[in-house]
Design a protein around this ligand. Structure first.
Ligand SMILES: Nc1ncnc2c1ncn2[C@@H]1O[C@H](COP(=O)(O)OP(=O)(O)O)[C@@H](O)[C@H]1O
Ligand SMILES: [Mg+2]
Length: 224
């Protein structure tokens, strides 16, 4: 579902954020991407979402070529991706439930199913009791769960979570990683970035990738 061949991303200022990456990620796979701050983790997720385009190489995501001239197709493809952004991107002045509903509405869910699916998603992240709270009144961890509910409500083929463990203490960070991993199934792949390598030690049944200065390696050190 993700096929990167010799993909590089160079920003206009000359920063080489990803350097000749060759990766394939399969349907239903769980992938952890670790690497220090500034190594290229977010850039990789941006490429997968078609927010940035490769400056060289070819990238296919969910059957779609990620290149500038495919912009309108990429927009459609994004409906099958559930993104959990580092900064959540929730809409202030709206409740938790409304935020999840809005996330479904913009991808064209039938009005009849909006509320029901949004409530179900909030329940899955353990936040049913906060459905009517304004998002600005939620704690950081609660807002994050709303953002996860919004991502999973659309039943995406691919969930992308960027540094979901950001501000959390060890115990809550592990809980969030487990929650995200729980949405992985045969139809849904989950890709999670984190700079906190120690948090994912001991996790099993997953693919571990490491990024350093734009170069991605497998767990064993083999360059991809
Ligand atoms: N829009 C941009 N323009 C120029 N450089 C950028 C941009 N976004 C990120 N970078 C640079 O690309 C490199 C990788 O950044 P990023 O992918 O955000 O790393 P990470 O998510 O691992 O912290 C860093 O050197 C960063 O400063
Ligand atoms: Mg980042």
């Amino acid at each position: 579902m993700i096929e990167a061949k010799d993909v590089s991303l160079k920003y206009p200022d000359g920063t080489l954020a990803l350097n000749n990456v060759n990766i394939s990620i399969n349907k239903g796979e769980l992938v952890y991407i670790t690497g220090p701050s500034g190594s290229g983790k977010t850039s990789f997720l941006k490429l997968i979402m078609g927010i940035e385009y490769p400056t060289s190489g070819s990238l296919r995501v969910l059957g779609q070529n990620i290149e500038q001239k495919e912009e309108s197709q990429i927009r459609k493809m994004r409906r099958s991706i559930g993104p959990v952004f580092q900064e959540f991107r929730l809409i202030k002045g709206r409740t938790a439930l409304e935020n999840v509903i809005d996330g479904l509405r913009i991808i064209g869910f039938s009005p009849r199913r909006l509320k029901e699916e949004a409530e179900l998603a909030l329940d899955k992240v353990g936040l049913k009791h906060k459905a009517k709270s304004l998002v600005e009144n939620l704690s950081w961890g609660e807002a994050q769960r709303v953002s996860i509910a919004r991502a999973v409500a659309r039943k995406p083929s691919l969930i992308l979570a960027d540094e979901p463990t950001g501000n959390l203490d060890y115990e809550n960070a592990v809980k969030i990683l487990n929650l995200l991993a729980s949405f992985r199934n045969e139809n849904t792949a989950v890709v999670i970035t984190t700079h906190a390598t120690h948090l994912i030690e001991g996790f099993k049944d997953a693919t571990f990738l490491r990024v350093a200065s734009g170069i991605i390696t497998k767990d064993g050190g083999e360059r991809l």
